[in-house]
Design a protein around this ligand. Sequence first.
Ligand SMILES: *[C@@H]1O[C@H](CO)[C@@H](O)[C@H](O)[C@H]1NC(C)=O
Length: 331
Amino acid sequence: MIIFNEVLVVSFLLFTPTWAFPPSGVELGGSRRRRDVTCRDNVEHPSNNICCKNCPAGKYVKSPCTRAGEMGECEECVFGTYIEHSSGLERCFKCTLCRPDQEVVRPCTSTQDTECQCKAGRFCAPDQACEVCKTCSRCKKDEVIVRNCTTTTNTECKKIQSPSASTSVIAPVIGMFLLVAFCCLIWAIVWYRKRRRPTDSQSNRPDGLKAGEDDEQFPELVPLNGEESLRRCFEYFEELDVDYHKRFFRHLGIVDNVIKSKEHLSFEDRMHEVLNIWVEKMGRDASLNDLLKALLVFNQRRTAENIKQKAIDYGHYKCENEFCEPFSGIV
Ligand SMILES: *[C@@H]1O[C@H](CO)[C@@H](O)[C@H](O)[C@H]1NC(C)=O
């Protein structure tokens, strides 16, 4: 900008006395002779009352022409100086030095001044005199960058949309979703616990007579000979699929160490041993119904029905609720 202004001023001073003003007065004194000629703009310039052809860009007039319409002696601008257009200038302009807050975009040549621009992080608006590069703004915390700072434009920021627009729609949806998910989780935990601990819930019931909703309509058996009846039924559990017995024991609350300690035994003996341990552990609460329900947990309904039927057929137990017959599961 400054450079351009300078060029204007200098060229104004240099050229105006010769052709910009019509020959109209005597006040110019010594230059009176010049006033009499009018030369073609941008092509010629007056010198000693005649019009000389301009020197080309990058050259200055070292000595003027002696005959009208001719070009005088032109000389290349020395390093560090320039003339941008063809002219009758007798001196070249000094090249601009970029300021410390600027960097060189294009170095000076004899026909073009240095081009400077603000260094990164600084800018100068093109319609203002760039006396100093301004620092680019930073967006505030509640703003986002719409356009990065350039050498000629400041950063453009925009306020982040308040929770009135997009978030106000999304937030409740997410909230609802989380709430539903949370409820499902709680429900799943409750359901899982209920299924996992039929023995616990059973033992809390007086006499274990009332069947809960999740007992899958399985009959309640009543021992005819107390604990002995229960022990007599252990052998019926030998038909339990070997793949399930470990889980079955665990489900009854037998710890892994105990199960492991019986692993050397045959499957039948192991079943008896572990069930005995269970009976000792449960005491009066030990009930065949709990064992059968544990089988149901592992989808061993067929086995459970078989054991139940044997327990009744061999006279150890009798059936005491509305689900005693018929036994559709038995084949
Ligand atoms: C601003 O510049 C940064 C890094 O130079 C870039 O990651 C970001 O996308 C730019 N932002 C815009 C709005 O152009």
